[in-house]
Ligand binder design. Structure first.
Ligand SMILES: N[C@@H](CCC(=O)N[C@@H](CS)C(=O)NCC(=O)O)C(=O)O
Length: 215
């Protein structure tokens, strides 16, 4: 498999954790989200994903999948062990609910293209990002109160934790306050030391920039 991603693309990061968790080998192709106006907007990348976004996972037969949560679902069905969803239906639905709070309730509001459009309209895009991330993470904290163990749902990592970790990274990047989100910080501390989460971290990717200046 081949993953088209970017080191601090949060959606790419979710997929990297899943691939590492399931110990699936893959090649990485870095698509720079800023350079040259954004390589994701090139005709070559639009042919892979007409939304001009990352990630894209190319399968061994040459076909491509986009949308990180659809990719996670595919990997879970194709490579069920070790799992990233619990076996019990209500717990599975709770994982998907928490995942969607991030995937559809936070990340799209602070995506690069949205922040760019806000800037062009004269809006304080960092302030906007801080606000929507903070509001979404407060909702995530409250929603996970009844489900969390060591992880957001129970004691085993799931899609929800894969969504959480990169979103907290973005929260820090934009300066959203996190100190009172004790449940999220506790889960992050636990999962972040697991080898798959360590390997998938943005700062460990071959295209990571130090000091970070873009994206
Ligand atoms: N729902 C999509 C979101 C994909 C997405 O927004 N990706 C970002 C990086 S995390 C991107 O490619 N942004 C490019 C842009 O805004 O131009 C998914 O989960 O794959």
């Amino acid at each position: 498999m081949r993953l088209y991603g970017y080191w601090r693309s949060s959606a790419s990061w979710r997929v990297r954790i899943a691939l590492a968790w399931k110990q699936l080998p893959y090649d990485t192709v870095a698509v720079h989200l800023v350079r040259g106006g954004g390589e994701q907007r090139s005709p070559a990348h639009r042919a892979r994903n007409p939304m001009a976004q990352l990630p894209v996972l190319e399968l061994d037969d040459g076909s491509s999948l986009s949308q990180s949560v659809a990719i996670l679902e595919y990997l879970e069905e194709r490579y069920p062990t070790p799992p990233l969803l619990p076996s019990e239906p209500v717990a599975r639905a709770r994982v998907r609910c928490l995942t969607e709070i991030v995937n559809s309730g936070i990340q799209p509001l602070q995506n690069l293209s949205v922040l760019g459009a806000l800037e062009q309209a004269g809006v304080d895009s960092r302030g906007w990002a801080r606000r929507v991330i903070r509001e979404g993470l407060c909702a995530l904290e409250a929603s996970a109160a009844g489900t969390a163990g060591r992880c957001l749902v129970g004691d085993a990592p799931s899609f929800a934790d894969l969504a959480l970790v990169p979103q907290l990274y973005n929260a820090r990047r934009y300066g959203a306050p996190l100190e009172d989100l004790q449940l999220l910080l506790r889960v992050e501390a636990y999962v972040s030391q697991l080898p798959a989460f360590v390997a998938a971290h943005a700062d460990r990717q071959p295209d990571a920039e130090r000091p970070a200046v873009t994206g």
